[in-house]
Ligand binder design. Structure first.
Ligand code: MN
Length: 741
């Protein structure tokens, strides 16, 4: 830090350079006066962030400029969005208020920035518990989809610049991205952004695999390019002959999608045949778009034989997110299937930028077009049939749910059942706020405690130290929490009366030569068939238990044994135990810590795997691999239950893991495999199951190994067995998240 030398002049120049690049990207949608607006926003952002720096040491202003650049260039948004992108962190992080912004830029900009500020608090490192809420909230926020789009741009830039973050934060942010933002981008038709978000997440969550695939892709680059040139050459010729103008190129598939294929089909990289798709982008007149695409289709399929099962016509019926294209898979010259995507320039732009690109072609006026688009997205988000299209399964929204989402004055999100009142909200925040609540302000207007809240309300609670809970509150609150807290507060009253009972009982017991202690109080309560010692003292104070009855108790005392059992149903003690140690990290294999952990059976981690601990309800800590299919969901929904975990270096223990073996069913294959495992490697096998079908062998073997190195050696050795074509460690089964174990 002390040695950091910053050339402020050079930085200033760089900031201006980036600003000018941004302006260039904004040009296509700019109208009169827009340039000045953007300039004003830039000046305000520059001024208010001036002393701030990013983790990388760069000036903070680079971030909002980059977010605006993404909004303009990669999503195609207009001036209002650019202004909002430039100012998106200003209200959150600086002294500038929403009122200041409304004053300079008007109501619309202020509303969008308000939305961005409200949702930004939700994804604090510790509050990822709310990821579920956030996801639903996005839908109710669809009032202005620009909030979501700018948020996506913000996330994309953060993902692109995450190298300076600590590892645990990288993992957390990446899992949110894969769980939440990438499906969202997909849903909005932002395919390019979706792929990049997925690849960036993978880069942090699966660094080894990511590097491996990237390297493989790179090695085969020349070979691939030659193939593509040979493949598109003849198509190009005929297109030209027929007077169709088009760009043809090969588009590599994303690393993440290749990896998905490898996992889904359980095949090595070499067997993924569709590493790229061929794109034919036609430069057509609007009236010829459809016929030109079919002409191109005809040319392609005259040259290469198509697979009839793989024709997709999204031109006649576009996807709900706006995607239009013609897809076919044809047999290439070297006997491999090649996917060909045919579409026009306009369709291509929509495919890459989503609907934002749409209005550019339809409407001359940018704003009305954008409104149209926003309306379209809103329809799309609220269409319950939408999942009939190709939306991700885990992204099903329940728009008709019984929940509402309420903001605190600081922008945190609180989920409440429908019909919830201001008082329910107060109790949800904190019991003390609930019990001392005398009124509330909803969207800055004063309302009574029984006021029924609406989705998106911002609520401020007014309290007074003189307030105490009232019996009639129970008649309008709806949450279980508020009800139980009110009841227990009313009980407090009883407790005060019981205080008097304590003195009386103490005196009486003394005269009977019985010690006043909690043990005896419990015995007494039990004897008088009362649930609690509080009830006992209350009854004594009220004169319902007299000395005569106490004497009877003394006589029967010997037979009474009553110790209330203590139950611990929460996981707090476990969390505390791990988080309380010096390193904050659970050392696996360390028995000194005496912390109850188990290796999860969904992904069977072994030493050497990148792992984390997850605190379960009643079953200790479960260790999962960070690439466990359940990991992203666990981390993004139950972040507060995740603990760092690390393998303690030791070799004596054996861990269970599973291998999938494919091959040709040679005589003695199983024998040869088990010999390698048990005799050569001295590894214990727990089970082996084999399927053999027409000479094709498929086996699953559960073995005990020490660590990943040990496993890798075993895999290498097994691959050398004659007849074996592949050996892979198997992935796990997704677990049922409802139980969150
Ligand atoms: Mn930001």
């Amino acid at each position: 830090m002390s040695e950091l030398v910053i050339d402020l002049e050079a930085e200033k120049k760089e900031i201006l350079k980036r600003y000018r690049t941004l302006l260039k990207a904004c040009k296509p949608t700019m109208k009169k006066g827009d340039k000045q607006m953007i300039r004003n926003a830039f000046d305000m952002a520059l001024e208010s962030h001036q002393d701030m720096r990013r983790k990388s040491g760069e000036p903070y202003i680079y971030h909002p400029i980059a977010v605006a650049q993404i909004a303009a260039q990669e999503i195609g948004l207009g001036t209002t969005s650019i202004v909002c992108a430039l100012l998106h962190d200003v209200v959150e992080d600086t002294d500038i208020s929403l009122e200041d912004i409304e004053h300079v830029f008007g109501k619309k900009v202020a509303t969008i920035i308000d939305g961005l500020t409200k949702i930004s608090g939700v994804f604090d490192y510790d509050s990822s518990l709310q990821a579920e809420n956030f996801r639903k909230m996005l839908l109710t926020l669809a009032d202005d989809v620009r909030v979501i789009l700018i948020k996506l741009a913000d996330r994309l830039h953060n993902m692109r610049t995450m190298d300076f973050m600590p590892r645990d934060k990288q993992l957390k942010i990446s899992s949110e991205t894969i769980y939440l933002y990438a499906p969202l981008a997909h849903r909005l038709g932002l395919y390019t952004m979706k792929s990049e978000l997925e690849d960036l997440s993978m880069k942090y969550m699966e660094p080894e695999t990511y590097k491996y695939i990237a390297q493989q892709l790179n090695e085969k680059k020349t070979e691939r390019e030659n193939f593509i040139r040979d493949f598109i050459g003849p198509i190009n010729e005929i297109l030209e002959e027929q007077g169709l103008k088009a760009d043809l190129y090969g588009r590599p598939k994303s690393i993440h999608s290749i990896w998905n294929k490898m996992r889904k089909k359980n095949i090595p990289f070499d067997e993924v045949y569709d590493l790229f798709a061929i794109r034919i982008i036609l430069n057509s007149k609007p009236e010829n778009e459809k016929s030109d695409c079919w002409k191109a289709y005809s040319i392609v399929t005259d040259l290469y034989h198509p697979n009839p099962d793989r024709l997709r016509d999204w031109i006649s019926s576009p996807k709900a997110n706006g995607y239009e294209s013609l897809h076919t898979t044809v047999m290439g010259p070297r006997g491999q299937w090649v996917e060909v995507q045919i579409r026009t320039k306009r369709m291509n732009e929509i495919a890459e930028k989503g609907f934002a690109a749409h209005w550019k072609y339809k409407e001359p006026s940018a704003d009305s077009g954008l409104d149209l688009w926003i309306q379209k997205v809103r329809e799309m988000l609220s269409n319950p049939e939408a999942n009939a299209l190709d939306f991700l399964d885990d992204f099903k929204m329940n728009l008709f749910s019984d929940e509402i989402f309420i903001f605190t004055p600081k922008g945190a999100l609180i989920q409440l059942p429908i019909e919830a009142t201001a008082l329910d909200f107060a109790f949800e925040i904190h019991t003390d706020i609930g019990t001392s609540c005398i009124g509330a302000k909803v969207n800055h207007k004063l309302v009574p405690l029984s006021y029924k809240l609406q989705n998106g309300d911002q609520v401020e609670i007014i309290t007074s130290s003189k307030q105490s809970p009232k019996e009639d509150w129970l008649s309008f609150v709806v949450t279980a929490k508020a009800k139980s807290k009110i009841k227990s507060a009313l009980k407090e009253e009883k407790r005060k009366i019981a205080e008097d009972g304590k003195e009386i009982l103490e005196r009486k017991l003394r005269s009977l030569k019985i010690t006043y202690n909690s043990d005896n109080l419990h015995k007494l309560a039990y004897y008088f068939k009362l649930h609690t010692t509080l009830d006992l003292l209350y009854n004594v104070a009220k004169g319902l238990i007299d000395v005569k009855q106490l004497k009877e108790f003394v006589a029967s005392e010997k037979t009474i044994e009553n110790k209330p059992e203590k139950t611990e149903s929460t996981f707090d003690p476990l969390l505390k135990k791990v988080k309380g140690n010096d390193s904050d990290t659970l050392l696996i294999g360390e028995d000194l810590q005496k912390i109850d952990y188990k290796l999860s059976t969904c992904c069977n981690p072994i030493p050497g795997d990148d792992v984390f601990g997850f605190v379960t309800v009643g079953d200790g800590i479960k260790i999962h691999r960070t690439n466990c299919p359940n990991a992203a969901k666990l981390m993004s929904n139950y972040g507060y239950r995740v603990v760092k975990a690390k393998w303690n270096s030791q070799k004596e223990l054996a861990f269970l893991t599973g291998l999938k073996i494919h091959g040709i069913d040679e005589v003695g294959l199983i024998n040869n495999l088990t010999t390698v495992i048990s005799s050569d490697f001295k590894v214990n096998m727990r089970s082996i199951t084999v399927d053999s079908d027409q000479g094709i062998f498929e086996g699953s073997i559960m073995v005990f190994v020490n660590d990943t190195e040990h496993l890798d050696n075993l895999i290498a050795k097994l691959k050398q067995v004659k007849g074996v074509t592949s050996v892979t460690r198997f992935d796990s089964q997704p677990i049922n998240l409802v139980k969150a174990s």
